[in-house]
Design a protein around this ligand. Structure first.
Ligand SMILES: O=C(O)Cc1cc(O)ccc1O
Ligand SMILES: [Fe+2]
Length: 433
């Protein structure tokens, strides 16, 4: 089965898997078609301004209260939630080799390994950066996250996300976003899978303003795809898992809660192919701030200060004249978690930043190109040059990120990375302007 999608970002969508399942011109008829129940899922406060007001109406076989049970606490394994101060780490740049996918049986949920947490989930501010390592499809298990929205970045192996709203297939190079409160199961159509997750405790991810860029380029709304309604009518023992208040809880219920026959609204999961991103950049000289490559942003209450920016470093032409083209050396009030989906990242050509690996350049910690990248970029003949076959990304947040005990202790933490700066040679010669 190939999932069907509707195009557009944040549209008021409507979709029905059975004809006439959606009420016409109203949300709550006295009796819904086919004996369905109507249920509203609100992603924003009822009174949020129109531009940020998010809700959908779901017409389902049973309302969520009937999918409910007595929840028992589950082992959270390697999943952590902010605030989480497990270890004190000296200020240093940090980088990890890819975590291998283990041989043991791990579902998408069981395989979540938190690397950093930031802010405070209870205050609905901040985020966590996770790696997922999955070896088995979820079967008769459904999950939803009350603590945050999940931005999923596959790096190896595809995911099939069977959600209440419909089915999303996401392969490396694509991303999928599951809003807070949306139930889903993750299946592995190609076998073992690895990738990154940004768990967003704050306001929902949305498209950034384009400002003087105008009406086109960057991430274009029509490239975002939301699934058409698809439902399961299945009375079978099912484990419903909920992440709530930093804990994981499970209840046994007797039916699939993915039973939404029709829905309408603007609060729904979606996917996006990062290769559709149309970058805009420096055409003559200098290196622009990475904010030009923002795909999605989660606003905070302070204008211009994102709770999270999701930024990519895609294939693109480098044309700037008399310019050091890779990222400059810098210190940033925002903290930067980076991952590499494939290829080579232009600031780290020394081989230490591998696809599937990740790095953390925390609040006000200095970082920049490694020695190989600096030497090559300062001497290269500056012809127009295309960076090809590369896709890196950054989860950037206004909050400092705290490393988990797992990430601080794992064998893939590169012990020598904090010293890469020391390899940069002194070139100063006062007699040579
Ligand atoms: O540190 C990094 O590699 C990410 C980054 C890239 C860039 O082009 C400018 C600033 C920045 O933080
Ligand atoms: Fe940076």
């Amino acid at each position: 089965m190939t999932p069907g999608y509707m195009s557009g970002f944040g549209n008021g969508f409507e979709t029905e898997a059975l004809p006439g399942a959606l009420p016409v011109g109203r949300n709550s008829p006295q009796r819904c078609a086919y004996g369905l129940y109507a249920e509203q899922l609100s992603g924003s406060p009822f009174t949020a301004p129109r531009a940020s007001n998010e809700r959908s109406w779901l017409y389902r076989i049973r309302p969520t209260v009937a999918h409910w049970g007595r929840f028992q606490p589950m082992d959270t394994r390697h999943w952590r939630t902010a605030p989480c101060a497990e270890v004190a780490m000296a200020p240093a740049p940090l980088r990890w080799d890819p975590l291998p996918i283990p041989g043991e049986s791990l579902s998408f949920i069981e395989g979540i390994h938190t690397i950093t947490t930031a802010g405070d989930a209870g205050s609905m501010a901040g985020m966590a950066a996770h790696i997922y390592l999955a070896t088995r499809s979820m079967a008769d298990e459904v999950f939803y996250n009350a603590d945050g929205e999940m931005l999923i970045v596959p790096q190896q192996g595809a995911l099939r996300l069977v959600t209440e709203f419909g089915v999303i297939d996401a392969a490396p190079g694509e991303i999928a976003v599951i809003p807070r409160g949306v139930k889903f199961r993750a299946e592995l159509p190609d076998g073992p899978a690895r990738g990154y997750i940004c768990e967003n405790y704050g306001g929902g991810l949305t498209l950034p303003e384009r400002g003087p860029i105008g009406a086109n380029c960057l991430a274009n709304p029509r490239d975002f795809l939301t699934p058409v309604a698809a439902y399961e009518d299945r009375d079978a023992a099912t484990k419903l898992m909920v992440k709530w208040g930093g804990g994981l809880w499970a209840a046994e219920i007797g039916h699939s809660p993915l039973d939404v026959v029709a829905w309408h609204g603007n609060y729904a999961p979606y996917k996006y192919d990062l290769r559709r991103y149309s970058p805009v950049g420096p055409l003559l000289f200098d290196h622009a701030d990475p904010s030009i490559f923002t795909v999605l942003t989660s606003a905070s209450e302070t204008p211009g200060t994102a709770n999270i920016d999701f930024v990519i470093f895609p294939e693109r032409w480098m044309v700037a004249e008399n310019t050091f083209r890779p990222p400059w050396y810098h210190m940033n009030v925002m903290s930067e978690f980076m991952g590499l989906i494939y290829g080579v990242y232009d600031a780290k050509t020394g081989g230490g930043f591998a696809p599937g690996g990740f790095s953390l350049h925390n609040t006000m910690l200095p970082h920049g190109p490694d020695m190989d990248a600096f030497e090559a970029a300062s001497r290269v003949d500056l012809k127009p040059h295309k960076l090809t076959g590369t896709l890196a990304f950054m989860f950037e947040t206004r909050f400092p990120q705290r490393v988990t005990a797992f990430a601080a202790g794992v064998a893939q933490l590169q012990q020598d990375y904090p010293d890469y700066g020391a390899a940069l040679r002194r070139n100063f010669d006062p007699s040579r302007p």
